[in-house]
Write a protein that binds this ligand. Structure first.
Ligand code: HEM
Length: 421
């Protein structure tokens, strides 16, 4: 990548410094002040990239696949071996032969079945299933008067809900949890590769069962979809759904609960009815989106972006949180505090998240259910001691230990959701 020499403001910041800090707001403010809309960052020692923080620049990068590719094989640091094959960056940045890794016609062919599967989700049934799952999780710690709302709640809800939609029973969904933890990118490179392998093995078994006997679930829908050529493509599509949906939705739930527990103004507005649950969820998407920094696009030729000279093969990271600091696009932080949905937490362009509706149903139900079920909830540690999972990409509280005075998990009447009405 090209960085003008001799300018101290251009000394690249380690990307993980934007996610591991106690407060991201001053860090992104500073990056913006020092560099403008496109900042040089370091991913690993000696591995550089551009963090795209400007609203218009992000729209350009995500909306111009002929110039900014999603295919990790176009990354110069991959081509010349600067990044070794076992790098922890691999699972998020190397080429994957699925909807995420392709552009153009091949991307459209692989995305269509995923969109069809998501369009077939019955949201009333999904809400009932998630409510049932949430009540079960709350019931498990209700007597204790204390819980970790990450490990015992936020981490489990999306996985169990997605597992149900895909076709797993609750016991099988729980088996996926360990694999997904490793895959989430917070572990070492080896952990991530091992998680990937175990996840694919579990899913292969499900697909074999559904080939024998189709059911009303995403696995069966994808197997039968005319757009997919092989069972391996159906498997890879399900892996993407699980890996793209699990950690993001967990972060969304955990960040919303975290803000409610640590920010009295935020909690007061939700409890006082001035901020609906959806507005609260949107505020989190704007100021603390699940994907703080989304990898990646790769420049297909030398070009210019936000006043920077971008070289062919450079990696560009989507600054989905940093964009909230673009004062050219809005009037500052207050802009985000009115349920505004003009954020880029779902990204933009052909690869933008196709699953915002089911993600919202899961997150909204999880937040609403725990809010109704627990009384007198308090964070059991000093908010200043909250720690975040180590990852350059996401910023999820590592744990949310709480105490509560009363828990009413309510009825346990739920049913499997499936994908169709
Ligand atoms: C039910 C839960 C979810 C599922 C099944 C899901 C699924 C997906 C899939 C399949 C993709 C790849 C699309 C493509 O490359 O064409 C994707 C991308 C993405 N999703 Fe989601 N997702 C979920 C939840 C979320 C949440 C909660 C967020 C954050 C608010 C999120 C943010 C993103 C982003 C930023 C991308 C990447 C877009 C890009 O590369 O430009 N997703 N998601």
């Amino acid at each position: 990548m090209t960085v003008p020499p001799g300018d101290p403001a251009d000394a690249p910041l380690r990307l993980s410094a934007t996610t591991g800090c106690p407060d991201t707001w001053p860090v992104f403010d500073r990056l913006w002040r020092d560099h403008g809309p496109v900042a040089p960052v370091e991913l690993e020692p000696g591995v550089h990239a551009w963090l795209v923080m400007g609203y218009e620049e992000l729209k350009t990068v995500t909306g111009t696949p002929r110039l900014y590719s999603r295919d990790g094989r176009d990354w110069r640091a991959f081509q010349d071996g600067t990044v070794p094959p076992g790098s922890p960056l691999g699972p998020m940045m190397f080429f994957r032969d699925d909807v995420v890794g392709h552009d153009g016609d091949e991307h459209r062919r692989l995305r269509r079945p995923i969109e069809d599967a998501i369009a077939a989700v019955d949201h009333r049934r999904l809400r009932r299933t998630v409510e049932y799952l949430c009540r079960g999780l709350i019931g498990a710690f209700a007597e204790r008067g204390a819980a970790d709302l990450v490990a015992e709640y936020a981490e489990a809800v999306p996985l169990l809900a997605l597992g149900d939609l895909i076709g797993f029973d609750p016991r099988q969904s729980r088996e996926l949890l360990t694999a997904m933890r490793a895959l989430s990118g917070s572990g070492s490179g080896e952990d991530a590769h091992e998680g990937d392998r175990r996840l694919e093995a579990l899913l292969s078994r499900l697909l074999a069962a559904r080939r024998e006997e189709p059911a009303d679930d995403i696995a069966s829908l994808l197997l039968a979809h005319p757009g997919l050529r092989t069972a391996a493509e159906a498997l890879r599509s399900i892996v993407v759904l699980m890996s793209a949906g699990n950690h993001t939705t967990m972060s969304w739930i955990a960040q919303t609960l975290g803000l409610m527990l640590t920010d009295p103004r935020f909690a007061g507005r939700v409890r006082g009815g001035r901020l609906g649950i959806d507005d609260a969820l949107d505020e989190v998407l704007a100021v603390a989106p699940p994907m703080i920094n989304m990898p990646a696009r790769y420049a297909l030729r030398d070009t210019e972006l936000g006043g920077r000279a971008i070289a062919r093969g450079d990696a560009l990271i989507l600054g989905l949180a940093a964009v909230a600091h673009d004062v050219r696009a809005h009037a500052g932080s207050q802009f985000w505090q009115r349920g505004n949905r003009a954020h880029l937490a779902w990204s933009a362009g052909p690869h933008a998240c196709p699953a915002r509706d089911p993600a919202r149903t899961i997150a909204r139900t999880a937040v609403a259910t725990v809010l109704h079920a627990l009384r007198g909830v308090r964070l059991a540690i000093d908010p200043a001691d909250l720690e975040y999972e180590p990852s350059p990409w996401t910023r999820c509280p590592a744990r949310l230990p709480v105490t509560f005075t009363h828990a009413d998990p309510g009825g346990t009447h739920g049913r499997r959701s499936g994908t169709r009405a």
